[in-house]
Ligand binder design. Sequence first.
Ligand code: PEP
Ligand code: MG
Length: 757
Amino acid sequence: MPGAAAAARTILTRLHEVMAARTHAQAKLNQVVDIIGESLDSEVCSIYLLREGMLELFATRGLNQSAVHVTRLGVGEGLTGSIAANIETLNLDEAATHPEFQYRSETGEEKFHSFAGVPIVRRERAIGVVTVQHVEPRKYEEVEIEALQTVAMVLAELIHNAGLVDEEGLGDRSEAQSGQQVLEGMQLVKGLGYGKAVFHQPRINIEQTVAEDIEAERQRVYLAFDKMREQIDNMTGQAEFGVGGEHEQVLETYKMFAYDEGWSRRINEAIDSGLTAEAAIERVQQRTRQRMREISDPLLQDRMHDLEDLANRLIRIVSGQLGTAATTGLHGDSILIAKNLGPAELLEYDKRRLKGVVLEEGSATAHVVIVARAMGVPVIGRVRNLRGLVREGDMVLVDGDAAKVTIRPGQGVVTAFETRFARKKEREAAYAALRDVEPFTRDGERIEVMMNAGLRDDVSMLSVTGADGIGLYRTEFQFLVSATLPQRDKQTRLYRDVLEAAGDKKVIFRTVDVGGDKSLPYLSSETSAEDENPAMGWRALRLSLERDGLLKMQARALLEGAAGRELNVMFPMVSEVWEFDAAKEVFDGQLAYLKKCKHKLPSAINFGVMLEVPSLAEVLDQLLPRVSFISIGTNDLTQFLFAADRANPALAERYDWLSPSILRFLKRVVDSCAGSPVKLGVCGEMGGRRLEALALLGIGIRRLSITPAAVGPIKELVRKVDTREIGSAMKEWMAHPPECLRSALQEWAQRHGIEID
Ligand code: PEP
Ligand code: MG
């Protein structure tokens, strides 16, 4: 069997002649099935095309000719229908054993055992299916399937040019309606936005798929690659977010793909098979999409999206159909609509006019989401069939808080939205006014309200919110947005930048909490991504201690980054005291080395732990003399106390943070730390909610580290509370829990004039 390129090329050369001939479309299709059947040595080759919503047999070699234009299948019906419905390839040695198999007697196909079929795709929709069948039960070889897929691409062009399918009926608009419609998605970045729908990518039409001159096509691709790389280099050089941030690394990953030799080689191979430059890029992209569907690792999927973003850019350059909506520019407030976006593509838009982003795909860890958060743009992802339901220019309301998109909203909805938006702005302004006000309770207790951060740009929120410092800096974020393990100098640079930006305010760096669900592609063979119970697996400090080099490198980076400043280091997932000792020893070792080499050292070093594994609470007497601070991670702590996976949506609302078991547990920790100089705080999401924060103040917590957006609301709450009053109410409830502690607290808050939203 010749290689895939040669196999496809033989067919394409013959197809090219057919397509150029001045014959009727039906005659062309009849010739096409013969060419494919002969080339793939198949008794049967058939083409089904979508007509009036049904897949109709248009041409066949090997099945009964009387079935042509008679056999019709619904999309999703039988093997052919399921290929079209799922836009997937099937390759079966025994068709009849497949659950979707349906036998059509008029075709006379009973004697054929093996079956392969690929969708004919135009504008990401199946407009038909090409199938091959064979008497002998054997699977088709990969090169044959590859050839069939390439042919299907060319067929899409032939079918389109001949007007054989009703493209209007298939168009993206087919399902667009005129009334108001609410679409649900997934919250990726919170916030509200309203504007006109702008499609990120105007459709690219590939006019010609079969190459006239292969060398000329190759040249076109080379030139396009050069131009694309130049664009990416310019873009990464101009990114607005300064140097040293995570964005820089996101863009670096992107750049790495742009220069990937494997990718350009695959495109070249597709050109060898006889495709034009545009068609070759698209062919490789189709394969990428196929692979993407098979990959379940979200981080890797995000990287694949970057590649798709680049491929789109390359096609646009090569075909001269330049420009995303960013090139033409946004006119007025806009909501960007896209299947997916690359981080660099988002950066091209005018930040002042971009009011929201809605994606068909997207995930919380995608690079584009990290960039959008830094730009302050709300994002909703995973909206099914988005581009089929929205029209360019439609008014769109993005409610990132509720993960809902309203298209063509009625006047009533717009008014309600505007009121909400105005109220939100007012509230934000009121909270902003508290920026420089110290959070004292009514009875004069100073509560430390700190914020959580993870990206370099988050640090700017310190001055916006007036938070007392960063109580939890999740250093693993730098690792998560990076394609390779961040080298020591990069880590050092980040830590130094963060401390510099924080000025006099305290920053508590948590050493990397990777592993488990936060798996890193470059460590995946060693992390617990495949553990049955990743949250309880080989993660965080457990992993850092055994991958000694990882912690050593981070220790050096932190010590060097904090030269001349106070360094606060916190270890995650400490379960036993010796783990703290072992981790501190790594720092001591690095410190001794730096001393010996006469490097400038931090002015002070404090060590602390996250209390998120319940076992640690039982040995606080041993731990307290060793540490300067303890931060309770209620996100993990609750999942371990209730044995309820924090990532499982089915359990998301089952257990309440305001339950006696959690609060009694926390109270015991507070009591165990009483009288010790060790600073105790809470840094889980719980502390950022007003009612929960009230309960925490009531059991004696005096330091909170919360999401930046919650700093204002919590400061405002603190100023309304008398800790003696809530303290005695909580004491009573801890001793004799009411039926519902949440309701009891709510009533109490209401009685004391404390607003809880
Ligand atoms: C926690 O577990 O509460 C915590 C703050 O850490 P993370 O959410 O990063 O696990
Ligand atoms: Mg945690």
